[in-house]
Design a protein around this ligand. Structure first.
Ligand code: NAD
Length: 292
C-alpha cells in the first residue's frame, strides 16, 4: 500500500507556480491576483479561505479578502462581484461556499465573469468541462487528477466509482475520470444517496472516490484488494483530546481500508491540500490567458 501524499504533490505544484510567477512578473509585469469573498463566520470556511490566502502569498500572488457579515444582502454581494468583474487587476474571483441562507448561491456564482471563475462553478465553465474544452476545472476534482497524474496511476479502462454527485466534487470528478485523457478513460459509475447496492458496486471498483461527507463511511468490506481509494471527505468531529476541540475525518475508514489498497489518500494530508494547489493553478491560468 502506498500513500498518495498531498503534501508532496501540492508542494511540487506550488513550487512550479512560484517559478512561473517570477517569470510572468519579469516578462509581462503581471502578478496573478485572487479575490476571495467570505460571508459569515463559519469556522471551517474561515480556515479554508485563510489557507487559500496564505497559499497565494507563498507562491507570490496578490490576494484580496473581502468579508461580509452573516446578514449580508444578496444586493451587496452582487455589487461586490460586479466590482471585481470590472477590476482589471483581479484575475480570479472565489466565493467561499456555503453562503448565508438568505442568499441564492446560483445568483452569485452565475454573476462571476467566466474568465475569472477560478472555482469552475459557473455554467459556462461546467459546459466547457463536459465538452472537454479548455476551462477552469473545479479545484477539488482537479486536485485529485493532479494527484493521480503525479503518482502515474493507471486509470485507462479501469472501473471508477465516485460516491457523491455534488456540483463541486462528485459530478465533475465523474466527468474528468470518463474523459479521453490521462488520467481518465475510466468507466465511471456515479453513486449517490439513492443508489442501490452501493456496497456491491464499490466491490467492483478499481478506483473509488469517496465524496459524500459521512466520516468513515467506506469500510474494508466494500473495497476490493489493490483498489485505489481517494478520500475527499472533510468533516469536523468533536475530539476533546485536540486543542481545537475537533478532529478532521475523511469518508474512509482509513485504518481498516488502507491495508487492502494499492494506493490511498490520507485525511488530512491528501485531497484537501491538492484543492488549494489546483485553485492556484486556475488563478495562474486566468492571469496568463488574459495576456495571450
Ligand atoms: P454534498 O453534501 O454537496 O454532496 C454529498 C453527496 O453525497 C450527495 O450527492 C449525496 O447524494 C451523496 N450521499 C450522501 N449520503 C450518501 C450515501 N449514504 N451513499 C451514497 N451517496 C451519498 O457534499 P460535497 O460538497 O460534495 O462534499 C462532500 C465531502 O467532501 C464533504 O465532507 C466535504 O467537506 C468534502 N469536501 C472536501 C474538499 C477538499 O478540499 N478535500 C472540497 C470540497 C468538499
Amino acid at each position: 500500500m502506498q500513500i498518495l501524499d498531498g503534501k508532496i504533490v501540492a508542494l511540487a505544484v506550488k513550487n512550479e507556480i512560484k517559478q512561473q510567477t517570477i517569470l510572468l512578473k519579469n516578462e509581462n509585469n503581471k502578478i496573478p491576483h485572487l479575490a476571495a469573498i467570505l460571508a459569515g463566520t463559519d469556522g471551517a470556511s474561515e480556515t479554508y479561505v485563510a489557507n487559500k490566502i496564505r497559499s497565494c502569498e507563498e507562491v507570490g500572488f496578490k490576494s484580496t479578502m473581502i468579508r461580509f457579515d452573516i446578514d449580508v444582502t444578496e444586493e451587496t454581494l452582487i455589487a461586490a462581484i460586479k466590482k471585481l468583474n470590472e477590476d482589471d487587476d483581479v484575475d480570479g474571483i472565489l466565493v467561499q461556499l456555503p453562503l448565508p441562507k438568505q442568499i441564492n448561491e446560483s445568483n452569485i456564482i452565475n454573476l462571476i465573469h467566466p474568465s475569472k471563475d477560478v472555482d469552475g462553478f459557473h455554467p459556462v465553465s461546467v459546459g466547457k468541462l463536459v465538452q472537454g474544452l479548455e476551462t477552469f476545472i473545479p479545484a477539488t476534482p482537479f486536485g485529485v487528477m493532479l494527484l493521480l497524474k503525479y503518482y502515474n496511476i493507471e486509470t485507462e479502462g479501469k472501473h471508477a466509482v465516485v460516491i457523491g454527485r455534488s456540483n463541486i466534487v462528485g459530478r465533475p470528478m465523474s466527468i474528468l475520470l470518463s474523459q479521453n485523457t490521462n488520467p481518465g478513460n475510466c468507466t465511471v459509475t456515479l453513486c449517490h444517496s439513492r443508489t442501490k447496492n452501493l456496497e456491491k458496486i464499490c466491490m467492483e471498483a478499481d478506483i473509488i472516490v469517496a465524496a459524500l461527507g459521512t466520516p468513515g463511511f467506506l469500510k474494508a468490506h466494500m473495497v476490493r484488494e489493490n483498489a485505489v481509494v481517494i478520500d475527499v471527505g472533510i468533516t469536523r468531529v468533536t475530539d476533546k483530546t485536540k486543542k481545537s476541540g475537533f478532529a478532521i475525518k475523511g469518508d474512509v475508514d482509513f485504518v481498516n481500508v488502507a491495508p487492502k489498497c494499492s494506493y490511498i489518500t490520507p485525511v488530512p494530508g491528501g485531497v484537501g491540500l491538492m484543492t488549494i494547489a489546483a485553485l492556484l493553478k486556475n488563478t495562474f491560468a486566468a492571469a496568463t490567458r488574459k495576456i495571450k
